[in-house]
Design a protein. Structure first.
Length: 320
DNA sequence: AAGACGAAAGTGGTTGA
DNA sequence: TCAACAACTTTCGTCTT
């Protein structure tokens, strides 16, 4: 589609060029020869030495502004970008009631089209539409990237199309899709955060999430402790130095394979806690545990392992 | 008194028969 | 479907600063 589109544009462009409206002659800075648009490569090329002056075929110039309805037709070059967040990807049109439609002659045909249009927007589309508006509303509070939201929308769409929403609350499916999207994008949010944003039960979301992943065959990579470190340290207001230290500790721990099978959030929390001790930026276990969403006990367990296996005792004493 | 530590019992999920 | 299991949580008493 893109190629034919560009070719067509190119034909027009050539015509314009030939008609002399844009015919500014260019001179090759290399040899002084005449520069022409090479039709095969769509580059401005010197006819004498072959020097490519400009390979910028697509215009990046300012978009023509539109002040009244009809004016747009001649100046507009683009449309709204496609978006998965909109239930119809922002592409739908509605056959209007206006007179002009009927004036084209075949009013029966138009009526049939209208009928079909309403038929096409079935219950499924309505459901998706509603779900995505819910998604938009909730993700306001979660501070998510556009890509993540679109991923979540795609997942929900697929889930809805396969009838996975039936028997489950729509919100929980949306929440599950969002949680999955976050993990796919290595931008993990804890289940707690999501369940709070949606006002749903944590277990419910987790259950739906696993169900969706199984049914849609979405392969979710396990999360890594590192993914959480930045967010946690940010919430704790730690210095970059401490953060880096924590990442270092996690790396070493992974080398020694003492993180496998352990909860990534627990590992991240423990690494951060140790890092605060080493860098003299002490936080209590309680504080770290709270932002990480684990208990002090878990931090203690991980922390004990880290110190034993990585010989961090000296570093901590040196830090103090 | 607050924070750290550790033991014991309980919870929810996974795995394998 | 059920029991075994590992990780994690909750609770609570004790120790340290």
């Amino acid at each position: 589609m893109t190629e034919t589109f560009i070719n067509k544009k190119y034909e027009i462009f050539l015509k314009v060029l030939e008609s002399g409206k844009m015919n500014k002659k260019k001179i090759c800075p290399h040899c002084g020869g005449e520069v022409r648009l090479d039709p095969s490569s769509k580059e401005y090329t010197c006819t004498k030495c072959g020097y490519v002056i400009d390979d910028e075929y697509i215009s990046y110039g300012q978009e023509g502004r539109v002040f009244s309805g009809d004016q747009g037709k001649s100046t507009l070059r683009t449309g709204v970008p496609l978006s998965d967040i909109k239930h119809d990807k922002g592409m739908s049109t509605t056959i209007g009631m206006g007179r002009d439609m009927y004036n084209t002659g075949d009013s029966k045909k138009i009526n049939r089209l209208k009928k079909w249009q309403t038929r096409i927007s079935t219950a499924l589309e309505r459901n998706i539409k509603y779900a995505l508006s819910e998604l938009r509303r909730v993700s306001e509070n979660l501070n998510l990237g556009r890509a993540t939201k679109e991923e979540a929308s795609r997942i929900y769409r697929r889930a809805a199309e396969q009838g996975l929403v039936r028997g489950r609350s729509m919100e929980s499916v949306v929440a599950g899709a969002l949680y999955a999207a976050c993990r796919i994008h290595r931008f993990p949010r804890t289940l707690d955060e999501i369940s709070e944003a949606f006002g749903l039960d944590k277990k419910e979301i987790g259950k739906t999430y696993r169900f969706i992943c199984r049914e849609l065959k979405i392969r979710i990579l396990p999360t890594f402790p590192k993914d959480y470190v930045y967010r946690f340290s940010n919430e704790l207001g730690l210095s970059p130095k401490t953060t880096t230290k924590a990442l270092e500790i996690i790396e070493k721990a992974q080398e020694k394979e003492i993180t496998s099978g352990k909860g990534p959030m627990g590992v991240a929390a423990a690494a951060l806690y140790v890092a605060t001790l080493i860098c003299n930026e002490k936080k209590t276990q309680r504080e770290v545990a709270d932002v990480a969403g684990v208990t002090e006990v878990t931090i203690r367990n991980r922390y004990k392992e880290l110190i034993e296996k990585l010989d961090l005792e000296k570093e901590i004493q040196a830090g103090e």
